[in-house]
Design a protein around this ligand. Structure first.
Ligand code: NAD
Length: 359
């Protein structure tokens, strides 16, 4: 939160986003699902995947880059394998649909691998991890991003060849510990961070981007506005690159939706493909033994004496949990520029209400 930011309650933002999406052509139930996911990302602290994306979503709906009349469909249902075709429907609707289709199979078979192809933006992948964890399941997710130019360079490469391909691992809560949720992009920083730094004339961590000549830099000026001269670097050198590559193959090729290689179309929208492997922990052994071991490991890892006593060791999923609690109570901070963009996008499709305006 910086001076000048507004704080708006999640319910108000959800209603605003839902109305704007409906006015852009989304069916009411879809509009509400998409709005809830967007605001859910803000609540979890991932503003890059929150309501700030509404103007892009409205544009995509109006331009037909998301098919507002399409429904996700089960293409293939064989044993523990499910394939869902999203048919360019709203990603959040398709993501929820795929998870709900997988859950009865996980109960019956111990696990289910479900793919999703050609979904509009799935958004924050942790949301699907949380759905699985709430059911008492563990889940692994690999996601690729297509339909636009690549943004992330391969390790040792000098130009962009990948999306920010997220990977997510979720485990259910135990009696004494909350859910484990590792949910991350495979780029070192988000594209949004490079753009914000460029627009403010600031810097990014050295080596988190490469310039148009393929050289590591901290100067984000090539990412101003909608320009992209250069590329984001993968996190962890060859390791993040390897995960991004795996996500491309597992999500893009297994789902049938395709990878980001240039033989596939790039319309300027956002498409996600996903492979989710959802598991019933009880199918793997005695639940009490597993819980005991998981809790002991959690306590052991987080008891490491911190290098900085103001920043203790925490577990993946803790930052989102803490922010969700705080923002659910005191509202979601939005900077004036984002509020302006949201109001302009809503006005363009005929929404009468404005954010940040007192009656
Ligand atoms: P991030 O770097 O903020 O967090 C990554 C993970 O690290 C989270 O699980 C978090 O709980 C954990 N974490 C953070 N600080 C920690 C600490 N001190 N100790 C232990 N764990 C810690 O996330 P990101 O990589 O910027 O990704 C942001 C979001 O963007 C994710 O939700 C991801 O799914 C989403 N995303 C989506 C797409 C898409 O195409 N749909 C593409 C890229 C990213």
């Amino acid at each position: 939160m910086t001076p000048g930011d507004l704080r708006i309650q999640a319910a108000e933002l959800t209603a605003f986003a839902s109305e704007a999406l409906e006015k852009s052509g989304a069916r009411p139930a879809d509009a509400l699902t998409v709005a809830k996911h967007l605001v859910g990302a803000n609540l979890a602290g991932h503003d890059s995947h929150g309501i700030g994306l509404l103007p892009a979503y409205v544009k995509h709906a109006v331009e037909g880059l998301v098919d507002v009349t399409a429904d996700p469909e089960i293409l293939h249902d064989k044993g523990a394998v499910l394939k869902v075709a999203a048919h360019d429907s709203w990603g959040k609707v398709a993501g929820d649909f795929a998870m709900k289709a997988a859950f009865p199979k996980v109960d019956a078979l111990g696990l289910c691998a479900v793919t999703v192809s050609n979904a509009h933006h799935l958004g924050r992948i942790g949301a699907y991890g949380e759905l699985a964890a709430q059911e008492g399941f563990a889940a692994l997710f690999f996601v690729n991003v297509t339909d636009h130019d690549p943004m992330v360079a391969p390790y040792r490469g000098t130009d962009a060849r990948f999306g920010t391909n997220p990977v997510c691992i979720a485990l259910p809560p135990t009696g004494a510990k909350p859910a484990f949720l590792l949910d991350m992009a495979t780029s070192r920083i988000a594209m949004g961070k490079a753009r914000v730094a460029a627009n403010k004339g600031g810097r990014v961590p050295f080596g988190s981007i490469i310039d148009a000549d393929g050289m590591p830099t901290d100067d984000p000026s090539g990412f101003k506005g909608f320009e992209q001269k250069g590329a984001l670097a993968p996190f962890g050198d060859h390791k993040g690159y390897g995960l991004a590559f795996a996500a491309e193959l597992l999500a893009g090729a297994f789902s049938g939706g395709g990878t980001i290689q240039p033989g596939n179309e790039r319309r300027g929208g956002i498409r996600n493909q996903m492979l989710a492997i959802v598991m019933q922990p009880d199918a793997f052994g005695d639940p009490a033994d597993m819980e005991r071991e998981m809790e002991a490991m959690w306590s052991y890892a987080t008891a490491s004496p911190p290098a900085d006593w103001d920043s203790p060791v925490i577990a993946p999923g803790d930052p989102e949990r803490a922010l969700r609690k705080r923002r659910s109570e005191s509202g979601i901070p939005l900077d004036p520029e984002t509020v302006k963009q949201l109001n302009a996008a809503a006005e363009a499709v005929g929404v009468e209400g404005r954010l940040g305006v007192k009656e």
